[in-house]
Ligand binder design. Structure first.
Ligand code: DP6
Length: 363
């Protein structure tokens, strides 16, 4: 598929109004996307677990209008929200060529998250993918003839992911589950820089219902936005090596997912998390995104692993919160450990229990 294939050629302009609604999940990268080229093309491939319960629920109502230009209102958790508007405006500008009907309608976008707003969890992946999916459902309603075969479903998901990417890179990995690859990589057939693809390789039973407990170390605004962080990879002294390493780690992870080798899984996942932070520490300007409690938690996880032979491990996004990953069969023991030993390091003792999910669904 190329960009051209995603341009909607014709649509039924007699439909006056309608409404669609989607719930779309967040995702957590195992091999990290960090660094991008123009038009939201990633510098390296990434792979993520789709989450199950951390979701954005978005309803989009569309009403025909006469005037030119984009017209939309956003309501976040029931209240009109002006702060989100510039991001959506930019998003509409980027995707207009692929959805020529955008200027024909006024859109009311009503959105809410299943996780607390001030949790420090990035909602851009779930938020942008939910809007992209709503727009695809509207495209489907306006399409002549409306089609419902398997091929169309593939196109629907690919274009939804393609659009979501233009809103926020990692959002393109939130359409499907349970594992999604984004970015061209030789070991993954069908992988693309333009959209995420469901990981179709073998996945060992060890990874079934894999758990992710998100420890909320810092609920504040991120010190550096991801967008600024990505830019710091331009001219970064270690960039070339890092991008090559991500290709390598993805190929290795493919084998590990099939074999179920949890020790090898831990090595890649923790190394990816620390490398992401190392890139931020070694860029110019430089940043430390971890907090003292992030390190306390990492050390406790390592000590617990040493002591109990558990296969618990951690990953991080571009902030201080810790995602604790572990097999489902360890759920009781690990949750007890988190409650007893890690919750103290979380802001107000807060953490969110989630697990691998199957992707977005229409409501
Ligand atoms: C550290 O997708 O938030 O979470 O494309 O600028 O919107 P933009 O960035 P974003 O970056 C996410 C970076 C990450 C790693 C990852 O999810 O792969």
């Amino acid at each position: 598929m190329t960009e051209q294939d995603f341009i909607l050629k014709s649509y039924n302009s007699n439909i006056d109004k309608g409404s669609v609604k989607w719930a779309s999940p967040s995702n957590i990268a195992l091999v990290k996307y960090w660094g991008k080229k123009a038009h939201q093309i990633p510098e390296n491939p990434s792979i993520s677990f789709t989450l199950s319960d951390c979701k954005t629920i978005t309803e989009m109502t569309y009403i025909k209008k006469d005037n030119q230009g984009f017209s939309f209102d956003i309501y976040f958790e029931g209240e009109k929200n002006e702060a989100f508007k510039p991001k959506i405006q930019t998003f509409f500008e980027r995707i207009e060529i692929y959805m020529p009907f955008l200027k024909d309608y006024h859109f009311k976008i009503e959105t809410s998250n299943t996780f607390p707003h001030s949790s420090g969890i990035a909602s851009s992946a779930s938020g942008m993918s939910a809007i992209a999916l709503c727009l695809m459902s509207i495209e489907k309603e306006l399409s002549v003839p409306e089609s419902d075969n398997v091929e169309f479903q593939d196109y629907f998901n690919q274009k939804a992911s393609f659009l979501a990417r233009l809103g926020s890179g990692s959002a393109c990995r939130s359409i499907e589950g349970e594992l999604v690859v984004w970015g061209k990589n030789e070991s993954i057939v069908g992988s693309s820089d333009l959209y995420g693809v469901k990981f179709e390789g073998d996945v060992h039973a060890n990874f079934k219902n894999y758990q992710d407990t998100i420890l909320l170390v810092d609920k504040g605004e991120k010190q550096v936005s991801s967008t600024v962080g990505h830019q710091l990879m331009y001219g970064h002294p270690f960039a070339t090596k890092r991008f090559a390493q991500a290709h390598d780690n993805l190929a290795k992870l493919k084998t590990i997912l099939a074999s179920g080798d949890l020790n090898a899984f831990i090595k890649i996942v923790e190394s990816e998390a620390l490398t992401l932070h190392a890139m931020m520490m070694t860029s110019m300007p430089y940043f430390i995104l971890m907090k003292p409690n992030t390190l306390e938690i990492i050390n406790k996880i390592w000590a617990f692993r040493e002591k109990t032979d558990s296969k618990i491990c951690f990953t991080l996004d571009a902030g201080a919160n810790v995602h604790v990953l572990y097999p489902e069969k360890e759920k009781d023991d690990v949750l007890q450990f988190i409650k007893n030993e890690l919750a103290n390091y979380c802001q107000n003792g807060h953490y969110i229990c989630d697990q691998i999910g199957h992707g977005a669904n229409q409501i």
